[in-house]
Design a protein around this ligand. Sequence first.
Ligand code: FUB
Ligand code: ZN
Length: 678
Amino acid sequence: MNENYYTTPVSLRKVRITDSFWKNEMELVREEILPYQWDALNDQVEGAEPSFCMRNFQVAGKQNEERKEQGESFEEPQYTFRGFQALPEDMEHLEDKFYGFVFQDSDFYKWVEAVAYSLTQHPDPELEKRADDAIDIVCAAQQEDGYLDTYYIINGKDKIFSNLRDHHELYCFGHLTEGAVAYYQATGKDKLLNAAKRFADYIDNYFGTEEGKCKGYPGHEIAEMALVRLYEATGEKKYLDLSYFFVNERGRRPYYFDGEDHPEKIEKGHEEDLRYFYHQAHVPVRQQDEVTGHAVRGVYLYSGMADLARLYQDRELFDACEKLWDNMVSQKMYITGGIGATHLGEAFSYRYDLPNDTAYAETCAAIGLVFWARRMLQIRPDSKYADAMERALYNGVLSGMALDGRSFFYVNPLEAAPEACRFDERKFHVKPVRQKWFGCACCPPNLARLLSSIGSYAYTEKEDTLYIHLYMGSMVQKEIQGETAEISVTSGYPWNGGVSVKVRGTSLPFTIALRIPEWCADEYQVRGTEGAETRTENGYLYVTKAWGAEDQVELSFPMEVRVFEADSRVREDIGKVAVMRGPVVYCLEEADNGTDLHLLSLDVHAEPEVREREIAGTTVKGIALSGYRQDPVYIEGKGLYRVVKEIKRNPVKLQFVPYYTWANRGENEMRVWVQRAD
Ligand code: FUB
Ligand code: ZN
């Protein structure tokens, strides 16, 4: 941990994404997700479960006025651990009540955050006006004292912060803050930022180390990293300190949530103990060395920890982050970058437990991994973080969205059989086709905010250095002591490994640090570094020179097809192999290979044929590899089993497609890990 290496993400206003791959994803966000989500937030999507999000803000705003005269009352509404959902019976005559999940406010905040990023890349006055008007509605719901959570504003504020474990007030606050900072940075408008600050001040008065203040912390993390963003945007140190307080309190004994009154009590025992892990609160965070519990909560916490480690120069906290990171990538991450293997608690499972067909691998969790990776890179540029970030992005994140941007996966299995999803209760969470939307709509807007801010993951910078972590066509401006350099990247990623970095320099020399992907670290080639000072460190090639008006560095990353096997402690993958090319994980689909994918096996020494092909109107690279289809064994009339006999297998060409494109051609079987033919 060395302060000299610290970097910050390049402002989105200084990055223009031109890449056809990523630009297309961003346009899908702008043209499909944002308008659709806006309708969803306003209960305008026919046939979809209503969200009530904007309605809750409106009701809260109205009651805000009325309450000033009346005094408050609180009636604890019907409640479940998973979240409170009170779907009204009569949609025509809704009462002025709170409806939906307790964290429904966060859906708007994620939407406005994605809008903000999108505006930096594509100015859109109409969209901005819509956001401004919605911000007015949200701010009208805010209380005089700064409190802003519609669940408690509508139901009565006497119970605020009484159930930190489950009720998500601090989670909604975190998303409010992330959205507010993003909107301010994109548009210069500070109305939502001021609302976030007022709520932050309220929270700061309520929680803290001082005597008499509450020693609680968020049940669902995110406030930790959001407060850091608020600090970085405003310079107000109290926000940073509040975040540090939350992180340091977690896991202390007595366990804070035990003192709360939870309507759903579990008899003290094994299950109750698991709750501590679920919230990453089983021990103080500095002692944690295994990623546990709810995966999204986990990676959001670790992201906040990394931010704090950087800003407080806290070596101990950084060491914990690194141990947790290494544990995750070496024992608990799918080859797709998916994390959180079990649907029970949407959680990390035990070490090496990575089942393919019951995988949870929530889209939000892979997104959270990307957040965390970028924060680790800000402290220590080491390609191990960027490699995992890239793995998650091109696979476990992108699989969350259909190629037309109109439907989504919450759960991202590595193997699916439509019949199992219907008849096997253990797999009910796995869907064989993407869904239009979700009652608990966390993933689509999370995708929207990540994809539309992808530039801030590709580039970070410090005074004299620009780091390129991800390769995508883009133009970046870099300030060097008051002068502006322009860096233009073109790349065929992820389909070919040619990258060209053109630089229009300044009068002063500076460094461009180029990540060398782990998958070609020994084979890559570079041209155009003559006359430059170069060195390689932790997977980055540092090129320092006084860049001229038209200097160019060219990288060539050979994109060989690579066949992988898993650590043999991953029971589910024994005897199986998976195919990757560059950063992209491939899979077999029934649409190309027929049914019963489990009868197929791959010749691991086969010569691959890579060719362009269309999937649902999108051009990708497909891979054909030789393998076999074994003759089925049918034991008619004699039960299911027989003494082993020789089984015939017939040579076939296995057709692999990028994993993220699966289920874009209707419902069908899919598998990433394929039997190995020996
Ligand atoms: O609790 C809020 C969000 O809902 C979580 O991050 C997701 O995992 C989903 O449970
Ligand atoms: Zn989600």
